[in-house]
Structure formats: structure tokens, C-alpha cells
Design a protein around this ligand. Sequence first.
Ligand code: AQP
Length: 328
Amino acid sequence: MKPRILSGIQPTGSLHIGNYLGALSNWVKLQYESEPIFCIVDLHAITLYQEPAELREKIRQTAAVFLAAGIDPAHSSVVVQSTVKEHAELCWLLTCVTPLGWLERMTQFKDKAAKQESIGDGLLQYPVLMAADILLYQANLVPVGEDQTQHLELTRDLAQRFNAIYGETFTMPETRLPAVGARIMGLDDPTKKMSKSTEGSGHAVAILDPPAVIRKKIMRATTDSLPHVDFENMGPGVQNLLTIHQAFTGWSGDQIRRHFQGMRYGDLKKTVADAVVAGLEPVQKKYAEITAEPGYLDRVLAESAARVRPLAAQTVRLVKERMGVYTA
Ligand code: AQP
């Protein structure tokens, strides 16, 4: 039996090369060895305020980027989370077995809550909804970037707790990080993770940025006060640029070291920018084709939702039966 894969991305802004290297490109590699479901998690997005018209547009853009990156809709399901109502239903059922203390400990909750004047309950429940996404489809494998490992641990703890209380119900999912690129840092501040929602034009390279913009952002990336690359004495900004290059080219660590040792920062940035532009060019070309075809995206999303709904309904029914909730 092929493993079932589940992963998702929030449509909270323009997808960036961190999302691409940490998640999307890994999905593309894994898709044919598995039964994959990839979600545009719009219910997660609204745990923080989103301007409605912008959110509607970003949902479509995110789905189109999935396909442009190489997700094959004939094989993989591309699902908008809110179109399968069982995500929210299972989330509530799981909320009732989640200890509050587990949620209050989540690093992402603490970071995001610290930036808000008032915190919505949805932000606290974010990891429970993520657990519901995964457990709904009895997924075996969850390919994500490093920032999601704590949420994945909570999913496993929750599955274990539910199984212990109500009997074997959920498959235990494994986390799968990419070998290179599991945590891409901001270009303006390499001590912080590259993020869609971080302000500042020099922070992230978007997957759909035109080549001139990509080059400009990378040429302005923060490095350190040394003049050239020194592997014995390397700051996080230079390390981040080398990681981006390695992830886009697939070079080995040895190749990277031989090629870049002693290279001046200006040349390093130019080489990295060339690799990023070349890596994203086919994605951008395909994005233009996909979005030019009327009705295509809606068809893919409708077919995918129809394909996964029976499995989602089956799991929710089982969970309700286990918990003693009325099932007609
Ligand atoms: N900087 C990153 N490096 C590697 N992987 C990353 N991911 C996100 N940022 C990086 C991975 O991308 C997937 C989707 O993430 P998400 O949209 O669900 O939420 P996030 O992790 O909170 O991503 P962002 O870009 O930082 O979004 P905002 O700003 O909206 O919170 C996940 O697999 C994640 O690990």
C-alpha cells in the first residue's frame, strides 16, 4: 500500500521560496510514491484577519501555484479546506479531547499572539484544526518545513490520546522534512524565518516575483562584514544564501564548498540569484498557462473535493460512533 500524504499551505499572502523549498518541491518529489492530498488551508488563514476579497484571490492563486510547481491533479488531490466540511467537524470533535495546556505551549501561538492586541480563539485552536486535516484522511506522512514539527508532535499526541480513550481510530502520521531547505530565513534578517506575512519588500522572494525583482532582493540580502565566503567563519545570512542555492540546484555539500569558498559576496549573490531565477522560471511559465485557461482551476478543485469527501465522511462517522455522538 502506498502511504497517504497530507500537507497544506495557508493562502495568507504570496507563496515564497521558503514555502517552495520547505514544502511544495518536496510534495512534487513524493507525489507518485504515494496517495497525496494537498490543501489550501483557508480556515487556518482566517485565524488572523484577512481582507475578504484578497483572501478569495489568494486561495485561487495558491491553488494555481501548487499546480504550476508540478502537482499533478490527475494523481494528487488539490483541495480547498473549507470545501470539505468534515475538516471543521473533526476539529470540534478533537477540540473536546485536547488539553488546553498543550495549545498554550505552542511556539507559533505564542509568537503570533504576542503581535495581536486581542487574540481570537481560532489562533489557539490552529494546531487542532491542523491535526484534524491530517487525521481526517488517516495520513501516514506529512511533508512540512521545520517550523511545523511542533504542531506535528501535537497531532501525534492527540491521535494517541484519542486512540487510548476511545480505541484504535487514527493512523499515526510521520513528519517528513526536506533534506535541504527545511528552514529558509528572511533575506533582510537571517535570524528570522522567511514568512508570507512579514512586512518589508526585501524579506522574501515570492515564487511569482519577476526575475528582475528576484535579483534585486537577493543582491540586497543581509550578509556580514567579511568580504568573501569563509566556511570556517560564516554568518547566518551567507549560510542562508548557500542553502537556497543548494536546494535549487541539488548540488552536494562538497560541490557547494568547492565552488563558493573564497567567493566575494557580490558574486555569491549573483550566482544564487541565477539559480533561483532558473529554478522558478518553469513554475512561472506554467502558472501563466494555468491561469489563462478558463474554468480549469475550478474543475480541478471540484474534482479533488469530490474525490476526498467519502474518506473524510467515513472518518468523521467513525469518530462520532467512537465518541457516542448521534449518527443517523
Ligand atoms: N521559511 C520557511 N522555510 C521552509 N519551509 C517553510 N514553510 C513556511 N515557511 C518556511 C513551510 O511551508 C508550508 C506552509 O506554511 P503555512 O503557510 O501553512 O504557514 P507558515 O509555516 O506559518 O508559513 P508562512 O509563510 O510563515 O506563513 P504566515 O506568514 O502566514 O504564517 C509549511 O510546511 C511550512 O513548514
